[in-house]
Design a protein around this ligand. Structure first.
Ligand code: ADP
Ligand code: MG
Ligand code: MG
Length: 256
């Protein structure tokens, strides 16, 4: 079942003439996990942000449907209500606010948007505990201040925990692997894998194949100059890893 369908999407920086997305096509179905790779400045983060409705950008052409609705007719909160979330690229530390309180705040704001009652702290424990388990996160984290004294890997896992608590249907993860050593990377990947449920999907932006060794995407796309220039399976990431972007260019030349 199609979850997200993006056709010929074009976008620019708001209040400027700077075009960034120049005709992006992308279809994501339930149960799939997609990776977008591409050099710095190719428009990966812009695509992620345009999808969630970041006001920095203005859609200038094309369309996007999410869960059967015109995405660009929806306010950012309505997109979140439908289950579309982007992880925060640089999560901030909030001294004095415990992780569990922060998560419950975020959860309750979604509950409110859904017209559901807010949950009490005890009830929220019941919601969050099984998620810690699937993500392999130690429960002692809940009582720590948000991101304070967290290592890079812990912060990233916390981002994944947020997506799990909010029950994202389509979770967009922008460079969740940046700056991590191999052990932290494996832990983050385990957490991302724990997000998967039958009817959910993920869209991961990454520079590196090494994340994909743990996450096994069903689809890999290469973005360049505001377009997805090549889509395929994990073999696309292998070409990138072994031959770089030149390898991708050669592959495109060979195609009829
Ligand atoms: P990526 O995530 O692939 O590295 P980005 O989407 O962040 O690429 O950026 C694509 C291009 O658009 C870059 O040249 C970047 O400098 C530019 N860009 C992105 N956002 C803005 C903005 N808010 N204002 C000006 N230029 C921007
Ligand atoms: Mg970048
Ligand atoms: Mg980026």
């Amino acid at each position: 079942k199609v979850m997200l369908e993006v056709s010929d999407l074009q976008a620019k920086v708001a209040d400027t003439d700077k075009a960034i997305l120049k005709g992006v096509n992308l279809t994501i179905c339930e149960g799939e996990s997609h990776a977008i790779m591409g050099q710095n400045g190719s428009g990966k983060s812009t695509l992620s942000r345009v999808l969630v409705g970041d006001p920095q950008y203005e859609v200038t052409g094309g369309s996007a449907r999410f869960q059967g609705q015109d995405l660009f007719d929806l306010e950012p909160e309505e997109r979140a209500r439908l289950g579309l979330f982007l992880s925060f690229q640089s999560p901030i530390a909030i001294p004095g606010v415990s992780n569990i309180d922060f998560l419950r705040l975020a959860y309750n704001s979604r509950q409110k948007a859904l017209g559901k009652p807010e949950v009490e702290p005890l009830q929220f424990y019941g919601h969050v505990m099984p998620k810690l388990d699937t993500l392999h996160i130690d429960p002692s984290w809940l009582d720590r201040s948000v991101n304070e004294g967290f290592s890079g890997g812990e912060r990233k896992r916390n981002e994944v925990l947020q997506l799990a608590v909010l029950e994202a249907d389509l979770a967009i993860l922008d460079e969740i692997d940046s700056g991590l050593d191999i052990d932290a990377l494996r832990d983050v990947a385990t957490a991302v894998n724990g997000l998967k449920r039958g009817n959910t999907a993920t869209l991961m932006v990454t520079h590196y194949k090494r994340l994909l060794n743990y996450i096994h995407p069903t689809h890999v796309h290469v973005m360049r100059a505001g377009q997805i220039i090549l889509s395929g399976g994990i073999e696309v990431a292998d070409v990138l890893e072994n031959e770089g972007y030149e390898g991708i260019t050669n592959l495109l030349k060979k195609e009829p």
